[in-house]
Design a protein. Structure first.
Length: 256
């Protein structure tokens, strides 16, 4: 199955955008025009179980992304990942290193991630709400948890819509179609040699700030940017500023 996607811009370099676990490809609406204007071919996709991509089989997200690049005829791409999308980007870079030319990781997860007490409590609360059939409550829990103080009403409404869609698609799928964990450990990230931008938000939950510390230490080509204004989803909280940050990094690392 081919992931639902769209392509904008002329290239020649390709930038692939991977969304967070509470969003889908619509989260990148503020960045796509800027990156395309900077001369990149911009691909954004819905991972399986999000947006317009159904869950129809057991799957490895990184392999789905590799298959999409194959379908588009893209040999190598700079990959931008937000949160869960950052985890998928890292797994892609480990499993298929010849397909990734650079990484930009926004409040990224990490393969083998073990949540701390705060995130475990959040996950337990989400499970309680979903088990009780309170989809509205579970959606609002995620909106309140993952958007920082700079997020306006439009960003909150969009996350509300995207998260509800993800719940609806994933809850309808049988357990045998769950994603397959590819078995990558944090130590495997030392094999990733491409340039990497690691972005952390001062208002993010502590676990993800700690992950940014780990990524900065583990990735040989990492550079770190801390955003004093950002929560967990800077691409939605300050779209223009995030677009400029990504464009500057990607133009630098994809220049001939």
């Amino acid at each position: 199955m081919t992931l639902s996607h769209d392509v904008t811009g002329p290239g020649p370099s390709t930038v692939l955008l991977l969304h967070s676990g509470v969003c889908d490809r619509r989260m990148w609406g503020g960045q796509v025009p800027v990156l395309a204007e900077a001369g990149h071919r911009v691909v954004r996709c819905d991972l399986r179980g999000f947006g317009d991509t159904p869950v129809d089989a057991a799957h490895v997200h990184a392999d789905d992304v590799r298959d999409l690049l194959d379908r588009l005829g893209v040999e190598r791409a700079a990959v931008v990942g937000s949160s869960f999308g950052g985890t998928v980007a890292l797994e892609l870079a480990v499993r298929h290193p010849d397909r990734v030319s650079a990484l930009a990781l926004l409040a990224s997860g990490i393969p083998g991630f073990e949540p701390g007490e705060e995130l475990r409590a959040w996950g337990d609360r989400e499970d309680e709400l979903l088990d009780a059939g309170d989809l509205d409550g579970a959606v609002e829990l995620n909106v309140d948890t993952w958007l920082g103080p700079e997020a306006g009403p439009g960003a909150r409404a969009l996350v509300r819509e995207m998260q509800r869609r993800a719940f609806e698609v994933q809850l309808a799928a049988p357990e045998e179609f769950d994603p397959v964990t590819p078995g990558i450990a944090p130590g495997d990230l030392a094999r990733i040699k491409v340039p990497a931008l690691v972005v952390a938000g001062a208002h993010d939950v502590p676990d993800f700030r700690a992950v940014a510390d780990d990524l900065t230490r583990l990735l040989p080509g990492a550079r770190r940017v801390d955003l004093a204004w950002a929560g967990h989803l800077p691409a939605l909280e300050r779209p223009d500023e995030t677009a400029r940050l990504l464009a500057a990094f990607l133009t630098e690392v994809t220049a001939p």
